[in-house]
Design a protein around this ligand. Structure first.
Ligand SMILES: [Zn+2]
Length: 300
């Protein structure tokens, strides 16, 4: 499932259409991605409107149009946004296409776990503005993180990081990366972390979100070579710090990879804040990010 950086990448795909009018809309209104999404109204209303701006919030995107129209897209498991020429003929998975004079803005979703929602009003829909703050935002503070951990104290930290109500946009690979860079055992109950460990977790989460947005989020580029990212989807993956074979197990309902050496049980070995992000020797592979993401999207 796309995480915040992949969602940001897809959001940008429609950027060439910003400031331009929608001439015509074609959609597969009977498909389940439009459940509750007013497909008839979308087709009728967006034709003639101008695409003004877009933003992401965790795993969701919001596109703002002139005349007070808003289109929210959730990519689900297999959703993608792309641009095609204006004479493009939509395929069977191209469930929503906004035609402009110079291009077609396409939303495709083969497995249809995604969702399209429509809103009309001067302001963004309330459900959008009510979404929890993103990890990279100023509102995501150490205090907020402490409170979130306290609410889920019995759950393993990996499961808590995957809770979209607390950490929008953090998915399986990003949660593993955060815990590995912070040197925290993914099975540790959230309540076990002392203030230093919470701060370490907060710092790692923000750094990873920021770097992922600047690499994957911009052009599907590779994150740094010394990230766990490059190893975690391989059965024979190794810790980029010192080459130890990674441990794999189901934690929080998801396949989880960690290093038993630098992520010891119970989080007893909290390292200094300066450890976050750096990892010493790099033995990571040079798989393109796109290949890596797609492979473990299918596997994990
Ligand atoms: Zn290690």
């Amino acid at each position: 499932m796309p995480e915040l950086a992949e969602v940001e990448y897809y959001r940008r795909q429609w950027d060439p259409g910003i400031g331009r009018k929608i001439e015509q809309v074609t959609l597969h209104g009977e498909k389940r991605i439009f459940r509750g999404g007013k497909p008839g109204l979308i087709a009728q209303t967006l034709a003639g409107a101008k695409l003004l701006s877009s933003e992401t919030r965790g795993k969701q995107m919001l596109f703002r149009f002139s005349r007070g129209d808003w289109l929210a897209l959730h990519l689900g498991m297999t959703g993608e946004l792309r641009v095609e020429p204006p004479d493009f003929a939509p395929g069977k998975h191209d469930h929503l296409v906004l035609f402009q004079k110079a291009r077609a803005l396409v939303f495709a979703d083969p497995r249809m776990f995604g969702r399209v929602q429509f809103h009309h009003g001067q302001d963004a829909p309330k459900w959008w503005t009510d979404l929890p703050p993103e990890v990279g935002s100023a509102e995501f503070t150490v205090k907020l993180l402490s409170a979130a951990l306290a609410r889920r104290k019995g759950a393993p930290i990996k499961a808590v990081l995957l809770d979209q109500a607390l950490f929008p946009g953090i998915g399986n690979w990003m949660a593993d990366e955060i815990l590995w860079q912070a040197r925290l055992d993914p099975r540790t109950p959230a309540a076990r972390f002392d203030p230093d460990a919470v701060r370490l977790l907060w710092k790692a989460a923000r750094q990873i979100a920021s770097t992922a947005l600047k690499t994957i989020g911009v052009d599907w580029g590779d994150p740094p070579d010394d990230w766990l990212f490059h190893q975690r989807w391989k059965k024979s993956g190794i810790c980029p710090r010192h080459g130890t074979t990674l441990t794999f197990a189901t934690v929080g309902g998801r396949t989880t990879a960690w290093c038993s050496s630098c992520q010891p049980p119970q989080a007893v070995a909290i390292t200094a804040l300066s450890a976050v992000g750096g990892s010493g020797c790099s033995v990571a592979s040079r798989k393109p990010a796109s290949a890596s993401i797609r492979r473990y999207s299918a596997k994990v």
